[in-house]
Structures are given as structure tokens and as C-alpha cells.
Design a protein around this ligand. Sequence first.
Ligand code: F0G
Length: 485
Amino acid sequence: MGTNPTDLQSNQSNSSALKQLASVIVLRCVECASLYPGVSDQPRYRCDCGGVLDVEAKIHHPTQQEPALQVRFEALTASESDVWPLAGIKWRQLFDKRSAQSPTWSINIDQQLPDKSGVWRYREMILPIPEQYIVSRPEGNTGLYPVGRENCGNHRAGHRQIGRYAGLDHLFLKHEGENPTGSFKDRGMTVGVTMANLLGARAVACASTGNTSASLASYAAQLGLPCIVFLPATHVARGKLAQSLAYSATTIQIEGDFDNAMRLVEQACNELDIYLLNSLNPFRIEGQKAIGFELLQQLDWEAPDWLVLPAGNLGNTSAIGKAFRQAYQLGLIAHMPRIAAIQASGANPFFRSFMNGFSRREHVQAQTIATAIKIGDPVSYSRARQAIEESNGIVEEVTDEEILAAKSVIDRSGIGCEPASAATLAGAHKLVERGIIKREERVVGILTGNLLKDSQTGIPQDKQDNAITANITAVKRALANKISL
Ligand code: F0G
């Protein structure tokens, strides 16, 4: 990796941290199981066979010398006897103590407060590195809204309409749009940019449908690190593009779609010695696992029956699947939730592969109003396939009309989300109608992005410009159908 010559001294201290990290992690190919060092001079994003890589770590509880578990990607191999007795209780105590005691903010810029990040609170399961390298906003700590017909508060008719729409008694929505840059991407990015920091990267880059780039631009700017984002021209929602520009990333718009941009950024990073921070980078996935840990903690470690989420490049499906597997293996939860990955029907390669029993990997020319998930050749296909198979999960598709209908329910409940996020509710609704998710089952849905990311799609534009005369008669006329006068 290229280094900045003014940073020679700090790089010497990096090398001991890197050595320490290399002793506890390796990278394993998801396709052929080949192993590679966890850290090396030249970052590696793929196996020689072309497969994507997964981080395998020895997970240590702070009070244990021996690893509590050496986690392998492939299978749920841990039986109770493999796991340190009482492991689940000890882990739960550790994370609950950190949540309870974490100070609200730091008044000293040199003082890291990893416990207050909803990612680094679970650091033993994420990335064991010295705290001084962590680059955090902090992120996470997002709301988990009870919105089912039964678990919604008595006076919350607005929220309960979501449960009614889904047809579910016990539904929770976890709003990842409440992260610092407005999407779940911040959870992977705090870990990815921390790795860039540790490796002494000279620049970072990603391809994006808009949220990854906004997040990377923000975290890189915190370090003063050059950041280059490749965006599919005309396919990125305005709010997201504005973020990358404002955070001063070099923004390159590519003719073509996200899949073209993705291929190009991988080539550019390999040829130009730039650190790649798409979810092809396995450390991003490690950070995104924290969505899973945090929601389990918010549910007092009572695993839900189902986890429903939108699926595009499939990083999130992979990450949450891995989090559940590790939580189960370590005894944090008693059973694995089933995962339902929801695709837009015009951008549904994963759904098509699921329908053919994963016998063939499908590609499509993607088309959907949900630009965040407008992806025809998802990078994390193999990882996500494992998450679906291992959790006895399912892949569903929903039309743009179904996405917009679900979005309007979430928006008018006061919670709000960007279009791709609404695939979660549209998918839950469909799976309940099909009898796959049962009405009485406990379901968590992930809302992945903030409403303000895309303030055009599905939001009534005609109501924005119709000003009235400034007198009480005009006000009464405007309110005639809204309240009794
Ligand atoms: N929802 C939102 C709001 C997203 O931005 C994305 C992905 C997804 C869902 C799908 O998640 O790719 O992990 O399956 N956005 C990426 C980006 C591709 O570049 O911002 P996934």
C-alpha cells in the first residue's frame, strides 16, 4: 500500500498493530475456501479464483485467554460443547454493561469512546484493533420502532398502520437511516476507513448508488484522506450526490449503471494503489454485522423469527446473516432468525437465482425507481446465498408500485424512509399474504436509508407550490376536509 512520506513515524507504530491483527484474522475465499493473510502490504479483495473473501477471526472475550470461538464462514458447526460454558451470559453482560455506561459524548478529541458507537461496542466480534486507530462519528444506536398491531403503543395509531399494512402483530422497524450520514453504510464504513487508517492508505474509493459514497466521503473527510467516488450518471438520488460533493469527495460520474461503475472502481483501485471500500472489501461486512448485534440487544437477546431487508449488492444480507450465525454460535441467542431478502422486481438477479434453487447465478439489466438497489450483478452473491440457505431464509421480489405503496405508509406514519427501504415493508406484506410469514411471528424489518436522501420519488410534489392567500378564509378553505371547523 502506498504511504504518505510525512507519516513514516506513525507507520512504525501501525506495524505492531497490524502484526497483532494479522495474528487473529485470516481471509477465506467463500467459493473455494483458500486462505490468505488477514493483512498484507498489497490489499486483497478477491481470491485467485475470483471469489469474494470473508474475514475469519478468533473471537476473544476480554476475560478469556483462549478464543471463545474460531468462527468459520461455511457452516453452523458450533454445538453447545464447543462454546465456552456460560459464554452467552458473559457476552450479554459485557455488551449490556457497555451500553448502560457509555458516556454521551467526548469533550476531548484524543479520547476514543468506542462503547458509545453502535459498532465498536461489539468490537471483539468486529475488528480487534487498538482504539487509537478507530475512525468513528460515532454510528449506530438507531431506533427500533414497535409498529405491529399488538406491540405498538396504545396511542400510536399512526405507527400501528404499518403493522396493519403488513398484517403482523409483532413487527419492529429498525431505522438505519438514523446513522450519521443517513444510511446503514456508516456501520461498515467506520470499520473500512479504520482499516484504511491502519494500513496508511493514500486514498480511498468506491462505486455507489449513492449511500456508500456519501458515507465514505464523510469518514474519509474526517481523516483528511483523498476520496474518489464512482457514480452511475443520472442514477443517483440528489440528496446523496449532494452529500458526496459537500464532503469534498472527487466525484466521477460514469456513463452506464452501477455494475459498470463497480467493475471500473475495482480495476482503478488495483492499478492505482487506492484502497477499495465497496462491500467487496470484507472489513466493511464486519462493521455491518453490528446491525444484527444491536437489534438483538435491543430485543434483550430474544431473537426474532424473521429479519426482513432490502437486497441490492447483497452486502447487508451477508453481514446480518453472519452476525446472527456468530451470535448463535457464541450462545448470545437461542435460535437463528430466518432472513427474507427483498429485491425490486426490475433488479432481481438474486431472486431469480433463489427461484432456480441457486443452481445458476443470474444477472439482469437493472431497472427500478428504488435507485439504491438498482443493481443487476451483485458482488456479495455467494456470501448472501449462504446467509439465506443457513437461516432457512427466502428471497422475494416486489414491484415498484408495491414499494411506493409501502413507502407512503411508512412516510405518513411519521417514520419515513427512502424508496429502497420500503421494499422491506412491501416484502413483509407479500410474505404474510403468501402465508410464509405467520401473522403472530415476531418480525424485524430494516429501513436502510433516510427519507431526505431522495426527496422526489414517491413524495407528493404537486402540494409543494400551492400557496394560499394569507387570510383566515383561505385557511378555513384549505382545512375544510382535514378537521371539523
Ligand atoms: N438500501 C439502501 C438505502 C442502499 O443504499 C442499499 C445499497 C441497499 C438497501 C442494498 O444493500 O447492497 O447491501 O444489498 N446501496 C449501495 C450503495 C449499493 O452504493 O450505496 P446491499
